[in-house]
Design a protein around this ligand. Structure first.
Ligand code: PGA
Length: 253
């Protein structure tokens, strides 16, 4: 997807992770129906487990809800048991893909170089990537958070993103699924550092690339987080599983 010249709308992305059986399609339908009634200021995307992607994409077809994959392989096809390719995500109806989520980096040992290769694969099949970065609690306590995240970003973003639509998600690992949200000061400090790196790498494009915050975003804290400077959306885990909570976050954007 090539970039439009206007500033992108905020993106509210619901990452279902390894949650969701067939019945969860009703939640996606409810999100789509509500947005048909009351169009949102933000773009809204749902990232179901890959088993549901095709059916979910069909369930929300014709609505404003976008869909995508939670990960993709760096290769286009081949002998990679259990993996899915960027082309498969597109074939199933998805238009975006999350890459480099901390759970992939931690559970599967994914390196920044592998993440960058996945971004290349996403671009090759016209998917819009959301590239995730974030520090551990130990790194934050050691005062290394900003340097670590900026380094992670530098190594995870290939030069081929120039001119292509993409998003960065800052997700401090200690805030994911814990109920501990980063303070607005922490978020602003990190998003400002990410912005500076994006501008240094991508010029004018980097000045408007959406930087999402993720980590325990809930209906109760979404408004304050989304109003913070340099926050261009949210990557929402737990609170995206129920249409009511997810829509409350969409409404806050
Ligand atoms: P959480 O997850 O909202 O459940 O903290 C966020 C994420 O990992 O994307």
């Amino acid at each position: 997807m090539t970039l439009s010249s206007t500033t992108p709308r905020p993106l509210i992305a619901g990452n279902w992770k390894m949650n969701g059986l067939s019945a969860a399609l009703d939640e996606a339908r409810a999100v789509a129906a509500a947005l048909d009634q009351r169009p949102a200021a933000a773009r809204v995307a749902i990232f179901p487990p890959s088993t549901l992607l095709h059916r979910l994409a069909e369930a929300v077809e014709g609505s404003s809800v976008l869909t995508g994959g939670q990960d993709c392989h760096a290769k286009a096809s081949g002998a990679h048991t259990g993996d899915i390719s960027a082309e498969m995500i597109g074939d199933a109806g998805g238009t975006l893909v999350i890459v480099g989520h901390s759970e992939r980096r931690t559970d599967h040992g994914e390196t920044c170089q592998q993440v960058a290769a996945k971004v290349e694969a996403a671009l090759a099949f016209d998917l819009e990537p959301i590239v995730c970065v974030g520090e551990s609690l130990e790194q934050r306590q050691a005062g290394e958070a900003v340097a670590f995240v900026v380094g992670q970003l530098r190594n995870s973003l290939p030069a081929s993103l120039k001119g292509k639509a993409f998003n960065v998600a800052y997700e401090p690992i200690w805030a994911i699924g814990t109920g501990h949200v980063a303070s607005i000061d922490n978020i602003f400090e990190m998003h400002a550092a990410i912005r500076a790196e994006l501008v240094a790498r991508f010029g004018e494009q980097g000045a408007v690339t959406p930087i999402l915050y993720g980590g325990s975003v809930k209906p109760e804290n979404a408004r304050e987080i989304l109003a913070a400077p340099e926050v261009g959306g949210a990557l929402v885990g737990g609170a995206s599983l129920k249409a009511k909570d997810f829509l409350a976050i969409v409404e806050a954007a």
